[in-house]
Design a protein around this ligand. Structure first.
Ligand SMILES: [Zn+2]
Length: 344
């Protein structure tokens, strides 16, 4: 397989090929997306491309734009037996990547390429790096050796150490299945877009955004309370033992909290995906693989204003918000901080 054949990941491939063409490939990428196998295929193809012996095409900067998928180097990488391409996978019962594994990779990456052009490190499920291992890897990310390429793959980048994410070029990779927008989701995104489309000076826009967000969440909470209360046995049995009643009340409160958190998480994911679309549109690709193609026009308009770094920063902020809301942080404060930091 070659990059050209990865039609489902076309937008990610186009971004990578443009960088190859300019001779400006990044040192470290984070490929994120819902399907780890797809991310792995993309990483393997890029590893083959930079090390291909007979590339079908080369860019102005001299780097190959794709791999031949037939030369000795391509075949070795395909068989996982290339001396310069190293893989880290979660091991052990706990399915984590340990500090010892990272140390081995660090050593290998710092050696000069033996048979290829590039030393490549591919970290599968980078969200499984434990903090110790992540910190050990940080130094290599901060000072990568020349002619090296690191690719971190994750289906859940929100769980990664922020210091790692911020040192990578984040490349969202779409899967085959795109979610459809529900009317409620569409309405929320429309409101979000409208606020972003008419920015005003100072913090006015930020607090308008915060207001929208808090109001939406209050509605979600009220809806969850209503739905679950209507289904609770409390509603059908007036005359029960006080202890049983108390138990039912506790159960209802816990169920409401859990369901609310789930819907809140979906809402932030919705914004994350849209912001990722916005980031893709900023790359001026003819047909970026958008999560929400129906919003392409306003998304492009917002992308033009925000620029690539602004959009990327927003993706990162939303990922961070998603992650910290799973801890017991104060919701309002976390969202307020996000609104104050977002690029608008
Ligand atoms: Zn080849």
């Amino acid at each position: 397989m070659s990059l050209a054949e990865l039609t489902d990941q076309r937008s990610a491939v186009q971004i990578l090929q443009r960088s190859l063409d300019r001779g400006r490939l990044g040192h470290a990428y984070l490929f994120s997306g819902p399907d780890l196998d797809l991310l792995e295929v993309l990483a393997s193809n890029l590893a083959r491309t930079v090390n291909c012996l007979h590339p079908p095409q080369a860019g102005a900067g001299g780097l190959p734009l794709d791999c031949c998928d037939a030369c000795a180097s391509c075949r070795k990488i395909q068989r996982l037996s290339h001396a310069d391409v190293h893989y880290l996978r979660p091991e052990s019962k706990l399915r984590i990547i340990t500090i010892d594994q990272v140390r081995q990779l660090n050593e290998a990456i710092h050696l000069k390429p033996g048979e290829g052009r590039y030393k490549v490190g591919i970290i599968q499920a980078a969200d499984r790096l434990n903090p110790e291992a992540g910190n050990a890897f940080l130094k290599t990310l901060e000072e990568p050796p020349g002619q090296s390429l690191l690719m971190l793959l994750s289906t859940d980048p929100g769980r990664m150490l922020e210091t790692l994410v911020s040192r990578c070029l984040v490349l969202p990779v779409a899967g085959e299945t795109m979610p459809r927008l529900s009317p409620a989701e569409r309405k929320l995104l429309d409101q979000f877009i409208q606020i972003l489309a008419t920015p005003r000076e100072g913090i006015w826009t930020r607090y308008r955004l915060l207001g929208l967000w808090i109001q939406e969440l209050a509605q979600v909470k009220a809806a969850v309370e209503k739905e679950l209360s209507e289904r609770s046995p409390l509603r059908f049995h007036d005359d029960v033992d006080p202890r049983l009643k108390e138990k039912w009340e506790d159960e209802l409160a816990a169920a409401i909290e859990a369901e609310y958190r789930r819907r809140r998480s979906d809402m932030i994911l919705l914004l994350q995906r849209w912001m990722r679309d916005l980031w893709l549109c900023g790359h001026a690709i003819a047909e970026p693989g958008l999560f929400y193609p129906e919003l392409a026009e306003p998304t492009k308009a917002a992308a033009g204003r925000l620029g690539e770094t602004g959009a990327q920063e927003n993706v990162r902020l939303l990922e961070r918000l998603h992650r910290i809301l799973e801890t017991n942080v104060q919701e309002f404060l976390a969202i307020e901080v996000t609104c104050l930091k977002m690029a608008l």
